[in-house]
Design a protein around this ligand. Sequence first.
Ligand code: MG
Length: 203
Amino acid sequence: MKIICVGRNYVDHAKELGNEVPTEPVIFMKPKNAILQPHTPFYYPEFTNELHYECELVLRICKNGKYIQERHASNYYNAITLGIDFTARDIQDECKKKGLPWEKAKAFDNSAAVGKFIETTPDFKNKNLGFTFHKNGEEVQKGNSRDMIFGFDFLIAHISNYFSLNIGDLVFTGTPAGVGECMVGDELEAFLEGDSLLKMEIK
Ligand code: MG
C-alpha cells in the first residue's frame, strides 16, 4: 500500500505557512513504513528540532483504479478517519528553500498516524465533516471538509491520473490552519463530528 498526501488544501493553512493558494492539488507520498502501527509508541525523531502535527481527514481506498472519473470517485473509497501528517518543519523549510524534495521532512518512519476508520455511506460522503484536533486537552485545529479547496472526489480523480489507486491505499486530504509544534510528553487527540478517533502521546 501507499499513502498519498495532499498539501495546502485549505486556504487558511496555505496562508499561515506563507504559501500561495494552489490552482491544482499539491501531491506528495509517504511509504508504507510511514504508517504508525497501532499500539506502537511514537518517539520524537532525533533528526528534527521542530516536529509539527497536521491533523487531516484520511480516506481509505476500497477498489483498484486509474483514470477514475470524478463522478465515479466515491465508489473508490469506503472508509474515513483522522490522521496526523507529522512533519519535521525545520527540515521541510530547508528543503523548500533549496528546491529539494520533502521526503526527509514528511515521509519518515511513523510519520503517518491513523485513527479508527469509520465506514462511509453515500449519505455520509456528502456531509460536511467537522473535525477538531486537541493538544494536551486544548483545541488547536478545527476543520471542515467543506473548506477543502479540492474535495474528496476531485482529489481521487486527479491523483488517479498519475498513480494507480489500489485497495488499502490511504489519502491524507490536507490540514486546516493551526498546525504547530509537539513536544515529548504531549497528548494528541483527534475528533470527527465529536467522536474521538485517534489518541496518542509523543514519547
Ligand atoms: Mg499535511
